[in-house]
Design a protein around this ligand. Structure first.
Ligand code: HEM
Length: 442
């Protein structure tokens, strides 16, 4: 549509010119700070605040009932507005996160399907370290590793024992897994990868920014929260469907699968309406950012043939064994043969062994020191790491805020501090981006 100066002045005369308030939908936003009018099931009238009357000279009698969009009534707890506004702000940011991350995943899926492929699930739970084949049975394929074991790790009984317990590097995912060679890096040009990195980077920034809002919520004294807290029960941030969608979209699906099926205390069925449960089921079926990254790290050109992957794994394993050996020597020189030294060293060995079982970690250890790695790909990895980091910081700040406001009381959703602390351990979109750093080669 043309927008000449005369059109504009005509619109101004008609009073139709766009206002800030219309474009941003301010009235709709301001109508949203309210208490539900209907008394929820299981609540009595005494527990639910009345809608007070509001002075309005334009109506007969000068008083009318409070309606949405009016100022927060003095009769309602003062800090309840802050509580509602803070949650609403988070929900708006979650919406933006979904918008950005959905764009990444839709574009990636489109590109892959144009080439007749699909992004398979990166089923990390299926990778059990105990099922990894022993390295000693396939040592012939890893000549540099065999040499280090033979020449450097045969002098001390502990080292000999550790070396015996090693597993085949890069054995996950299995060579016939759908993840191997599912995509080609050539399908993703730099502009596309840059856009992915920019979107994922923005998601991390949003979380980092939104986390600051917890400090504002902390200005609410605990007794003030208690004055309206019982009203929320059993509603809780636990039932934030958008937060769950963000988690699932980045790859944190495993724990949610059980929560979708369950019906008890901390289950989604208890906390979400059917329409939102349907959205969660849909997310469960769609590929996640984790799936995309794991597919990229198992791309055809990175994996090459079996010999190529074994060669990369051999370098990663042999160099890490050399480092472990020199760490081992200096620890023993300093501390001797004490049992706790053995157990500390054993943990270090086991950790390296488990990390190198994943082909993605082997690839990353090489890619981060190779000048040939595409900067756009590396930027995508780094932005994803930052997104994980921002989400972990979000969880930590939320936990500290919860403790400050309600102490160790049970949460309205049926959890509490103990539950929240557990969520810290298994929540990483792309564990490989963290793991490989312990085995990065110089
Ligand atoms: C006074 C403020 C708050 C308190 C006391 C509080 C308390 C809690 C508690 C105890 C839980 C564990 C589940 C439960 O039993 O309810 C929880 C979970 C959660 N809260 Fe809050 N919260 C507060 C503010 C917020 C805000 C502003 C958000 C922003 C959206 C939020 C988002 C969440 C989310 C997403 C979970 C689920 C975490 C997970 O399962 O990983 N909370 N909260």
């Amino acid at each position: 549509m043309s927008d000449s100066p005369s059109d504009r002045s005509q619109r101004r005369r008609d009073g139709r010119e766009l206002t800030y308030s219309e474009y941003i939908h301010v009235p709709a936003l301001l109508r949203a700070q309210r208490l539900p009018e209907e008394i929820p099931r299981g609540r009595s009238r005494d527990e639910w605040p009345e809608r007070p009357s509001v002075a309005d000279p334009s109506v007969e009698g000068g008083q009318r009932p409070w309606r949405e969009g009016d100022r927060w009534p003095n009769e309602w707890p003062h800090d309840e507005l802050l509580f509602i506004v803070t949650h609403q702000t988070f929900e708006l940011w979650f919406r933006q996160l979904l918008h950005d991350l959905d764009d990444v995943m839709h574009t990636a899926q489109q590109i892959v399907s144009e080439h007749g492929g699909h992004i398979p699930p990166a089923d990390l739970l299926a990778r059990e370290p105990e099922s990894a084949p022993a390295l000693r049975d396939s040592l012939a394929r890893y000549p540099r590793t065999a040499k280090v074991i033979d020449e450097q790790l045969s002098q001390h009984p502990w080292e000999r024992a550790f070396a015996q317990q090693l597993h085949e590097p890069a054995c996950f995912p299995a060579r016939d897994s759908a993840l191997c060679g599912a995509v080609s890096l050539a399908w993703f040009d730099d502009a596309t990868l840059d856009r992915f990195a920019q979107r994922v980077g923005r998601a991390g920034q949003i979380i980092r920014h939104a986390t600051g809002a917890f400090a504002i919520l902390e200005t609410m004294p605990p007794e003030s929260f208690l004055s309206f807290r019982s009203r929320l029960d059993p509603a809780s941030g636990f039932g934030s469907t958008q937060f769950r969608e963000v988690e699932m979209l980045i790859g944190l699906k495993d724990v949610h699968r059980a929560r979708l099926a369950a019906t008890g205390e901390l289950s989604f069925r208890r906390h979400m309406p059917q329409e939102e449960l349907d959205r969660m089921e849909q997310r469960m079926r769609e590929p996640s950012l984790r799936d995309l990254l794991y597919a990229l790290l198992n791309a055809r050109e990175l994996r090459g043939d079996d010999a190529h992957l074994s060669d990369l794994a051999d370098t990663a394993m042999s160099e890490n064994l050399k480092t472990l050996h020199s760490d081992f020597e200096s620890a023993r020189m300093r501390w001797g043969d004490a049992q706790d030294v053995e157990s500390a060293l054993h943990n270090q060995w086991r950790n390296t062994d488990e990390i190198l079982q994943h082909a993605e970690n082997v690839q990353l250890a090489h890619m981060y020191r190779s000048e040939r790695t595409r900067p756009a790909l590396r930027a995508l990895f780094e932005r994803t790491l930052e997104l994980d980091q921002a989400l972990t910081a979000w969880r930590n700040v939320h936990i500290a805020m919860v403790e400050r406001v309600i102490g160790a009381r049970p949460g309205t959703g049926g959890g509490g501090l103990q539950y929240l602390r557990k969520t810290l351990i298994y929540r990483r979109a792309a564990p490989c981006l963290w793991e490989f750093r312990s085995t990065l080669l110089r």
